[in-house]
Write a protein that binds this ligand. Structure first.
Ligand code: M6R
Length: 398
């Protein structure tokens, strides 16, 4: 408990025992004009993403070495080289960011990675060895289930490194080491900029662990340049907002939607569907595109739009086949494609264009487009956006 009076701050435990804590300065400023020119914090935070990601990567890329610098990890090259498994524990959007990260760790660094729902972590008796790196991911740093996972991992002797946004939060403190997001304060209940910054940090971490192993200098340089390009690419996505708004408004009558993706875009589909559910109260499900035909395809009909993530990354040809399957059930398609790609023109007029990028960056640009889609969809339905019913910004109960 912190008891604040005009003259002092009195800290006590819940048993009313006085305690001392060192002060730490939080550099965030909630701007005096609140939402500024925006109608909602969510929209403001969507638009802040290029700058937030710039803050996330500032001082953390070494162009010459083709590497990332993440000093908060506090691991020597030898200690990093001994990591033989990565386990992410997180909830909600942070869980989806972790899923994207697991693709990065395996693809870029060659380290086996899994992602656990934080709520399950301690109940399923996870295999944690001394060389397992456990990564709790949490915007708030206070999510009860993620904190419980941290305690379990610390207790089992894992190397625990937290990815948190809130400086000095419980998860950051108890993990002992980690990487702050520097996304700035996120007020809207629906997470936006924290997600993009989490994924950016995971990409930098995969680069660092990769360079510590088999990833050569040339590939390191390529990745550094890709990471550096993210803020500019996000600005290009934001320029598409008027078109995305149009498509969202035209779709806002729908009461059920599917989001489908493959590879690193599968977690992006999950995140897009979560955004829509949270703020518009409409049923939306994210699926791996190949899973549709194993059941959910039975639900497709003309009143059920499918948001298909069809960026130009490996797996696109298969994705086009999946879109065709949806069209055969007369489900309207909203396609996300890269740049001027005309691959989906024959299936739909509802096309959202995100800038061409590698498969590693595509989930970041694509999710921003899906955030904008969810925002205007919910707005068209007259929903409360910043504080949706039944939801809290920080879930501190298990
Ligand atoms: O603060 P955390 O990142 O630990 O929060 C986890 C989830 O509660 C959070 O991501 C939630 O799913 C958001 N409302 C998603 O927009």
């Amino acid at each position: 408990m912190a008891i604040l009076t005009p003259s002092r701050v009195d800290l006590r435990t819940l048993a009313n025992v006085p305690v001392q804590r060192a002060a730490s300065q939080v550099s965030w400023e909630i701007s005096a004009d609140g939402k500024g020119v925006y109608d909602h914090y969510m929209l403001k935070e969507i638009y802040e993403q290029p700058e937030s990601v710039e803050n996330t990567i500032r001082g953390r890329l070494n162009f010459k070495a083709g590497n990332a610098v993440l000093s908060g990890l506090n691991l020597t090259p030898r200690e990093m080289a001994q990591i033989n498994r990565i386990v992410v524990a997180a909830c909600g959007s942070s869980f989806h960011a972790g899923l994207v990260g697991s693709y990065y760790f395996e693809d870029i660094a060659g380290i086996p990675a899994s992602v656990e729902q934080a709520a399950e972590f301690r109940y399923r008796n996870p295999i944690i060895e001394p060389n397992t790196l456990v990564l709790p991911i949490s915007q708030s740093g206070e999510t009860a289930d993620t904190l419980a996972a941290v305690r379990e991992a610390v207790n089992k002797g894992a190397i625990v490194a937290a990815l948190c946004n809130v400086v000095g939060s419980t998860i950051a403190r108890e993990s002992g080491r980690g990487i702050y997001l520097h996304a700035g304060p996120e007020i809207s209940v629906a997470s936006t900029k924290a997600f993009t910054c989490q994924v950016t940090v995971l990409l930098m971490l995969a680069l660092l662990l990769g360079r510590n192993r088999r990833l050569n200098h040339e590939w390191g340089e390529i990745l550094v340049k890709e990471i550096e390009s993210i803020p500019g690419l996000l600005r290009q996505v934001l320029e598409q907002a008027p078109r995305i708004e149009q498509i969202a408004k035209a779709t806002a009558h729908a009461d059920d939607l599917f989001y489908i993706g493959r590879g690193c875009l599968y977690p992006a589909a999950l995140e897009g569907a979560l955004k829509l559910k949270e703020i518009s109260y409409v049923h939306a499900e994210g699926y791996h595109a190949a899973e549709l035909k194993h059941g959910p395809i039975a639900l497709l009909e003309p009143s059920v739009p499918v948001v298909a993530l069809c960026n130009s990354i490996p797996g696109k040809d298969k994705m086009l086949g999946n879109i065709q399957e949806c069209c055969a059930r007369r489900a309207p398609i909203i396609a996300i494609v890269s740049g001027d790609d005309d691959c989906c023109d024959k299936f739909t007029d509802s096309i959202i264009r995100v800038p061409d990028s590698s498969r590693f960056v595509a989930p970041i640009t694509t999710v921003v487009a899906l955030q904008i889609f969810a925002y205007y969809f919910a707005r068209e339905r007259g929903c409360e956006i910043d504080q949706p019913r039944n939801l809290a910004k920080s879930v501190t109960v298990e």
